[in-house]
Design a protein around this ligand. Structure first.
Ligand code: IVH
Length: 678
């Protein structure tokens, strides 16, 4: 900046600070100090200086909020910590269960909670370095989101620079971006006038606005934000509770929600919840429940996460919204396991701001229990992000005499017979080469969390399956042999085929855990797959393991173990695995395991039953597995110990009959402790 007038530089800085301060007063605190005209004069002056001296423009200058240049696409951003989601409670009992579980884990009766509203917008993460906004990203898939910094800068209530004396060196805050309800109707009317498609609800509008490639478009949308958590922090003040963190965020200049309350007990949470059910319509943002968070951070840390959800927070959802419409048809699709899934085709109806055209009908019993018939008036319900449900039919409004529902006896995809095993809710197509199943399986196999093969969408795989080029998923790795044929197919062409072949080849580098996910084994998601891969180190070792050995891995229960073991022992799947091996997929990896010395219960089989005085059943089970023991669900000759609490019932009787050692909690702990001393 050599040669520039120092007075000018100082003036520019003063203007920026002043404008930031007025933005904060107006957009965050809702208490402006100057008129619009006075504010505009400051911005005009700053813009003039910047236009004459473009070299002094900085990305955090308030003039940059109107939107920078359009981009071709968004970069990916890996979040420093996953952006977790929340478990749900749908009634008071669910909430009490959550409270009781945490009280048990914390070994206290009461703890303070913070009640917040659950804003129905779009989660974002804002990163500040040295107090300056450097990055804003969407939640994405929780681990990786999209860099939408330029768009987020246009939101006036997002500070570009942090305020106050306690600015951390690095800070990542999380919050919800929303489109104000009061501006939504006028916005849609304007779009209609402009001949543009309208948005279904404020939430979609917020999402659409944040994903505009041209930030100037975003700048024209009245988006706003509430920040609700610190994701990551270095330096600055170290709050010890959630409430203190919210106060700190407000001090730093963020917009936090004023409708937050401390609750010492579930009763107070229920008051808050009921109060907001009554008043939710008065808010200028959509809100689908309340979020309850345990206040103290040391408690939060002690409780930790389970899967992708923190134990220390829960969303208590408001009751669902309903609407009445006509059931036009009952259709079926085939799941990747061959399940025949009935769904409703509905006369489109708006439920809580979203147009609903289809609803799941689950299975035959669900339809029969409600005696749903084609042509009926039905009540549909939408609760949060859950798939719409048909709650009931209104048979009194029935015209004519539509036939009772019958499950088809042949598969809608392949025409082979459908079977339903007694005691099971679902009907299945058992034809292993059913194209309907295969499409779903391929869809899953190539998906992002699995083999991540781009260019093999549903349309393509339908085509390849129809032509007989994909008969099972291993055939994907032979597709390159038919380049010519693929190129001549509808919507393909050379470039697309090249890319696809390349993507398929690249997918061979995916590690074992991804391959395990990709197979689509029931109950095997990314976490279970990672545990199996780390523990056994090869798909063949998993195949060879007894269900009890699988269940001995901490984090893997008997149901998962059975599912994995059954899948890998089916003849067709054994040869599938072989072919994937021949195709050079990664079916082995390094074993990351605890030493045998730390596994004193190795080879011992346990069953845990009844209410134990101090620990939950799953805590005891985890301990057993940590020490190398196996846990199963029922007592057999091979069981070594039954750990039994109050109300143990039939398992105790079984153990007595088989003369199996029965341990109380104390005795088990002694055994476990004794082991530790070995
Ligand atoms: S806390 C680890 N607080 O709900 C805690 N989330 O299901 C996770 N949400 O992705 C977030 N209002 O988009 C939190 N007051 C609030 C919220 C809130 C809405 C959203 C957020 C998140 C989703 C989790």
């Amino acid at each position: 900046m050599a040669g520039l007038d120092a007075i000018l530089v100082a003036r520019v800085e003063v203007l920026r600070r002043e404008i930031d301060r007025h933005d904060h007063l107006y957009h965050v605190l809702d208490s402006p100090e100057v008129t619009d005209a006075e504010y505009d004069a400051l911005v005009r002056e700053l813009r003039n200086h910047e236009e004459q001296h473009p070299e002094i423009v900085t990305s955090d200058s308030p003039t940059q909020r109107v939107g920078s240049e359009p981009v071709d696409g968004f970069e990916q951003v890996t979040h420093r910590r996953p952006m977790l989601s929340l478990g749900n409670a749908f009634d008071d009992d669910d909430f009490v269960a959550w409270h009781t579980r945490n009280a048990g884990l914390l070994e206290i009766d009461e703890f303070e909670m913070v009640c917040e509203l659950k804003y129905d917008g779009l989660a974002v993460a804002l990163t500040y370095e040295g107090g300056v906004l450097v990055r804003g990203a969407t939640r994405g898939n929780a681990l990786v989101g999209e860099d939408v910094t330029a768009n987020l800068r246009t939101i006036r209530s997002i500070p570009q620079r942090l305020r106050g004396p306690n600015v951390p060196s690095v800070l990542e805050v999380r919050g919800e971006v929303y489109f104000p309800k009061s501006k939504f109707d006028a916005f849609n009317v304007q779009r209609e006038t402009d001949g543009l498609p309208t948005y279904a609800n404020p939430r979609n509008t917020a999402a659409g606005s944040l994903r505009q490639l041209d930030p100037k478009m975003t700048a024209q949308r009245p988006l706003d934000i509430f920040v609700y958590n610190i994701g990551f922090q270095e330096g600055g003040q170290q709050p010890e509770s959630h409430q203190a963190a919210l106060d700190y965020l407000a001090d730093l200049g963020f917009r936090t929600n004023p409708n937050t309350a401390l609750a010492p007990s579930p009763t107070r949470v229920f008051n808050y919840y009921r109060q907001w059910i009554e008043n939710v319509e008065s808010l200028d943002y959509d809100c689908d429940g309340v979020v309850v968070k345990i206040n103290r951070f040391d408690y939060q840390n002690h409780l930790g996460d389970v899967g992708r959800e923190p134990r220390w927070a829960i969303a208590y959802k408001f009751p669902a919204v309903q609407a009445v419409t006509t059931l036009n048809a009952i259709k079926f699709n085939v799941g990747r396991t061959g399940s025949i899934n009935p769904y409703a085709e509905l006369e489109p109806v708006i439920v809580g701001g979203v147009t609903v055209r289809n609803a799941t009908l689950h299975n035959e019993d669900f339809i029969r229990a409600r005696d749903l018939r084609v042509g009926d008036r039905v009540t549909v319900e939408r609760a949060g992000e859950v798939i719409p449900q048909v709650v009931r039919a209104w048979p009194e409004q029935r015209t004519g005499n539509p036939p009772e529902f019958e499950m088809p006896d042949t598969c809608p995809s392949c025409g082979q017979p459908v079977s339903r095993i007694a005691g099971e809710a679902m009907s299945y197509c058992r034809n292993a080469s059913c194209p309907g199943q295969l499409v779903r399986l391929v869809e899953h196999f190539v998906s992002r969390g699995a083999m991540d093969i781009e260019g093999l969408g549903v349309k393509q795989s339908e085509l390849f399956i129809e032509r007989g080029r994909i008969k099972d998923i291993a055939d994907i790795y032979d597709l390159h042999r038919y380049r010519r044929e693929l190129e001549s197919m509808e919507r393909m062409g050379k470039k697309k085929v090249d890319n696809l072949v390349e993507a398929i080849k690249k997918s061979k580098e995916q590690p074992l855990n991804r391959v395990l996910v990709a197979l689509g084994i029931d109950l095997v998601g990314s976490e279970v797959a990672a545990l199996l891969a780390r523990h056994f180190g090869s798909i063949y070792a998993i195949q060879a393991a007894e269900p009890e050995q699988l269940a001995a891995v901490p984090g893997i229960g008997p149901k998962i173990a059975d599912s994995v073991s059954q899948y890998l022992r089916i003849q067709g799947n054994i040869s599938l695995v072989r072919r994937l091996d021949l195709a050079e997929l990664q079916l082995t990896q390094e074993i990351v395991d605890v030493q045998v010395a730390d596994r004193p219960l190795d080879g011992k089989r346990f069953v845990v039953t009844g209410r134990l005085p101090n620990f939950s059943r799953s805590q005891i089970e985890s301990r057993i597995k940590e020490l190398g023991g196996a846990v199963s669900g029922s007592v057999s000759k091979r069981t070594n110990y039954l750990v039994a609490g109050e109300g143990a019932g039939s398992k105790r009787a079984d153990a007595e009959a088989l003369e199996i050692a029965i341990l109380g909690e104390d005795e088990f702990l002694k055994l476990a402790e004794g082991c530790g001393d070995d």
